[in-house]
Write a protein that binds this ligand. Structure first.
Ligand SMILES: Cc1ncc(COP(=O)(O)O)c(C=O)c1O
Length: 387
């Protein structure tokens, strides 16, 4: 059993930007990595490589492609050929490469907003138009939820070349249903829009939630989808920058691969090594324990906000270790991100980096020990009481 209540000190950790970026009196609850060490089989495989001592070139090959394909089959009964799997230097690289390969200055990317801040960077990084598809927000008690406005979805998506889907969704924690995925795909296919599905959070499932990859909905849909997966969030190895693009349709895979080759995007050998151990199945017991612990943290967060933070609203995420708090009714003057940074000494992610709908909101990272989560919430509550 892993004891997730105990976390290492990361203030002096070379992989610790989350902690070293902020002054010592500030508690970091921002960037999306967790405070837990990676599972043992991953660490052992890295140690083995280090102990050998020769850190030569490693070209991602058959064994790793088979490991990824086997994982898709085991998790979702999604049968993909190993050659459909390409190693990428992270998921942001993956969707950026896709935009470079398929978009044009006239037809760019469309995505739901608010969404992961890096989606918003594609526009300038690749030089393509961006179509926002704002969610419709609703409130029940202090729980907020977000739904798709299908008219807006179609109106915006048809102007794009790529629909960039974030599923499960960062920062809202939504897992889209089979029906929603089918409907999104149907509209995209009707308008000849490719789907790039960022599924980096797909194995961080809370409260027994189930996930279905967009490309698994049907063989027809699969032809239009580039799926991006990685062990980085699930097993907390994001600093190793290794992910995978699964592209069964050769007509999409070839241009994608060509663009990767042009850019000379090579994954480091340690990333490949870790990914193989992570996806092999040896870490799945650890992952089950992690998901139970994160579910406890989510429930703790939601209960805490409900009990002790009047007029603050929260999502009830089904996936990820990211909470989304709405302070628009809480009477804070100016940005809640700055308020909590300066007054509570808690460093959160500013809601507005996820799109203008995120103004007045913050994202909170609960991928930490319960004690640290409580400490952060206590600091926030006290700062609000002093207000
Ligand atoms: C939805 C989503 N995609 C991609 C990433 C980052 O992926 P990578 O570090 O592999 O580029 C993150 C990190 O927070 C994320 O939340």
């Amino acid at each position: 059993m892993t004891n997730f209540n105990i976390i290492p000190n990361r203030r002096n950790n070379i992989n610790g930007t989350k902690w070293t970026f902020v002054p010592k009196d500030v508690l970091p609850m921002w960037v999306a990595d967790m405070d837990f060490p990676a599972p043992r089989p991953i660490l052992n495989s890295l140690r083995k490589a280090l102990e050998h001592g020769v850190l030569g070139y490693e070209i991602p090959g058959g064994v790793l492609q088979e490991t990824v394909a086997a994982r898709m089959d085991r998790l979702y009964k999604w049968k993909v050929k190993p050659e459909s799997v390409l190693a990428v230097t992270g998921i942001v690289s993956g969707f950026t490469v896709a935009a470079r390969a398929f978009c044009s200055p006239k037809k760019g990317v469309a995505f739901h907003t608010p969404v992961y801040n890096e989606f918003h960077e594609v526009k300038d990084n690749v030089g393509v138009p961006q179509m926002d598809i704002p969610f419709v927000k609703s409130v029940k008690g202090n729980i907020i939820s977000y739904a798709i406005d299908w008219d807006v979805f179609e109106k915006q998506v048809k102007k794009a070349r790529i629909f960039l889907l974030c599923n499960p969704h960062n920062p809202l924690g939504i897992i889209f249903s089979r029906e929603e995925l089918s409907r999104m795909a149907e509209i995209c296919i009707k308008h000849k829009v490719l789907i790039v599905s960022d599924e980096i959070h797909s194995e961080l499932l809370l409260g027994g939630s189930k996930f279905i990859p967009m490309a698994k909905i049907s063989r027809e849909i699969e032809k239009h989808v580039i799926t991006l997966v990685a062990p980085s969030k699930t097993f907390n190895v994001p600093g190793l920058f290794c992910g995978f693009a699964i592209i069964p349709n050769e007509e999409l895979r070839k241009p994608f691969e060509m663009e990767m080759n042009r850019l000379r995007l090579h994954v480091a050998s340690m990333g490949l090594q870790a990914a193989n151990a992570a996806f092999s199945g040896q870490c799945d017991g650890w992952l089950r324990e992690l998901n139970r612990y994160l579910t406890g943290n989510r429930d703790f967060l939601v209960d805490y906000v409900t009990k002790y933070m009047p007029n603050v609203r929260t999502t009830l995420p089904d996936a990820t270790y990211l909470g989304w708090l709405d302070f628009t009714q809480a009477g804070i003057q100016g940005s809640p991100f700055e308020f909590f940074r300066d007054t509570a000494k808690v460093y959160l992610s500013d809601g507005k980096i996820f799109g203008k709908e995120g103004e007045g909101h913050v994202r909170i990272n609960f991928g930490t020990s319960r004690g640290t989560l409580k400490e952060g919430l206590d600091r926030m509550r006290k700062a609000m009481e002093r207000m």
